[in-house]
Design a protein around this ligand. Structure first.
Ligand SMILES: Cc1cc2nc3c(=O)[nH]c(=O)nc-3n(C[C@H](O)[C@H](O)[C@H](O)COP(=O)(O)OP(=O)(O)OC[C@H]3O[C@@H](n4cnc5c(N)ncnc54)[C@H](O)[C@@H]3O)c2cc1C
Length: 482
């Protein structure tokens, strides 16, 4: 029997074997598979992967390579050149991948597809990371949705149940003749030499198996009560699946179907299940926006915000925000959670985002950039859409007069102070009554708690009431702008 030319599976944001349509399609050809990952740092420009994402990627590729019996070909550079080299070395005639939706990727992939098709290579792409394709959902006039609720209720839910997840191929036939001249995972130097890299990842288990375990653990223990509990950062009643979803260690279809199955067997309250599925809907909505409005990451969705009087903050002020030294304990706890764990609870993302944009009048793009560098789940669609939502410049934005009060947000969502004490240990001895606004504590209370404001913990960098009035004025200045 003549030997069959191998087929290349180009892994990108689908670092898993199950529910991986490109891999399954390759498996079904019966040809030996060349699994490939290419680190492309050139095409994304401004949106080159941030430091935290690179650390996650390192560990995720390590796990994927283990599942592929050490046969994952790893490369760095322009994917077209890499693919041509792999094709030349292996004689592959087919290339399969799962689609990505970042504008720089869609443009790049279209170019690669036509270049390789011109060389008589069969190229096929699949949907592995969204429940529905962004172009499948349109409003009645055939345009993309700009507001979440109609998107979800009228465009999304009526489509019915998404495609069930696909099984992992039973036994993979992997190409044994591994192409030469490619780097090892270590050669990619994804992990920084700073101790931060090891510390930040120590809070997580990475890879496909870990993602599935995290999902099952969440569904069994935390889905009941999710709707209320998801707002309280100390409670951790959330799935923490976002980094795994971003890197494709798990698919939204797997989550959707497991959630339905679990809710049925455990009789989970319907509102908890629906709320959780709606959060997946927010993710899809972010992709919908990014796909239809590719400028979303770098332009105000509402053009009138181009005239917004953002302040240019000195780096030292920005650093106070970045490193959790604003003097507002809930903001500081959240920013330190981000730095220490590569993650921040959603409620806290809203609080720190609002603080930056409204209390400090700083352009949302500066916040989005810091998140991009520090979040394990840094995702162009969700990050851009969420920051624009916070700023008020987005498609379906929070109203401009919604300015989170960083004191009452702490009182309401961290009522026992557990979250603040966990991440701001220098305040751990402060009685709860003063924990959300330490500057209101009498000197004797501060002294008993071992706190010297301005030394062991900062004074608030802005006065809340003054900052609120200033923000309202700034936002009102846009009111009459078209
Ligand atoms: C300023 C700001 C920036 C953000 N940046 C990102 C980002 O870069 N990457 C990212 O994945 N999410 C981002 N989010 C959305 C949200 O905070 C995270 O998805 C969520 O906190 C992840 O935690 P989880 O997996 O435990 O979520 P769960 O509550 O368990 O929700 C399940 C899944 O639903 C999706 N989801 C939940 N909330 C949202 C949301 N508001 N928007 C989009 N998808 C959502 C996520 O994929 C999440 O994993 C951002 C939110 C804000 C306010």
């Amino acid at each position: 029997m003549p030997s069959q030319a191998p087929v290349i599976v180009w892994f990108r944001q689908d670092l898993r074997l199950s529910d991986n349509p490109a891999l399954l399609a390759a498996h079904k050809t019966g040809a030996p598979i060349v699994p490939l990952y290419v680190l492309d740092d050139d095409t994304p420009g401004l949106w080159r992967m941030g430091a935290a994402s690179r650390v996650w990627l390192h560990h995720s590729l390590h796990r994927l390579n283990e599942s592929l019996q050490g046969r994952l070909v790893i490369a760095k550079g322009g994917p077209l050149d890499v693919l041509k080299s792999v094709i030349a070395q292996t004689g592959a005639r087919q290339l399969f991948w799962n689609r990505c939706y970042e504008p720089w990727r869609t443009a790049r992939d279209a170019g690669i597809k036509s270049a390789l098709q011109a060389d008589q290579i069969e190229v096929a792409s699949f949907n592995a990371s969204l429940l529905w394709e962004p172009w499948e959902i349109k409003n009645q006039s055939g345009s993309p949705y700009k507001v979440f609720t109609p998107f979800f209720r009228k465009g999304y839910l009526p489509r019915g149940v998404p495609h069930p997840p696909l099984p992992a191929p039973a036994s993979l036939r992997l190409e044994t003749d591994i192409p030469s001249g490619f780097p090892s995972l270590a050669d990619l130097e994804l992990c920084p030499t700073l101790p931060w890299g090891d510390e930040v990842i120590s809070h997580w288990h990475v890879g496909e198996v870990a993602a599935l375990n995290r999902l099952l653990d969440f569904l069994e223990q935390k889905l009941a009560g999710y709707k209320e509990g998801r707002d309280f950062p100390a409670q951790e009643q959330i799935s923490r699946l976002s980094p795994s979803l971003h890197f494709g260690e798990i698919s939204p279809r797997q989550i959707w179907y497991e959630a339905l199955a679990c809710a049925q067997t455990q009789h989970t309250p319907q509102n908890d299940l629906e709320h959780f599925l709606a959060e997946l809907g927010w993710r899809e909505f972010s992709y919908h926006l990014l796909y239809h409005f590719p400028d979303l990451p770098q332009r105000n969705f509402q053009e009138k915000f181009d005239a917004f009087p953002w302040q240019t903050l000195p780096e030292k002020d920005l650093d106070q925000w970045r490193h959790g030294r604003t003097g507002y304990p809930i903001v500081d706890a959240a920013m330190r959670e981000l730095w220490q764990t590569g993650f921040m609870h959603n409620r806290c993302r809203m609080i720190v985002g609002s603080f930056l944009v409204k209390h400090l009048l700083c352009d949302w793009q500066i916040g989005a950039r810091w998140f991009w560098d520090c979040l394990f789940d840094a995702d162009l669609a969700s990050n851009s859409a969420s920051w624009q939502w916070i700023a008020g410049s987005g498609a379906d934005a929070a109203p401009y007069f919604r300015i989170f009060n960083p004191i009452t947000q702490g009182e309401k969502f961290d009522p026992t102070g557990t979250y603040i004490r966990r991440y701001v240990p220098e305040l751990s001895q402060l009685p709860l009554r003063y924990l959300f606004a330490p500057w209101e504590a009498p000197p004797s209370v501060l002294s008993n708690a071992g706190i010297t404001l301005g030394k062991t913990y900062p004074h608030p960098m802005v006065d809340h009431n003054a900052a609120r009035i200033r923000a309202l004025k700034a936002f009102e200045s846009l009111k009459n702008t078209a």
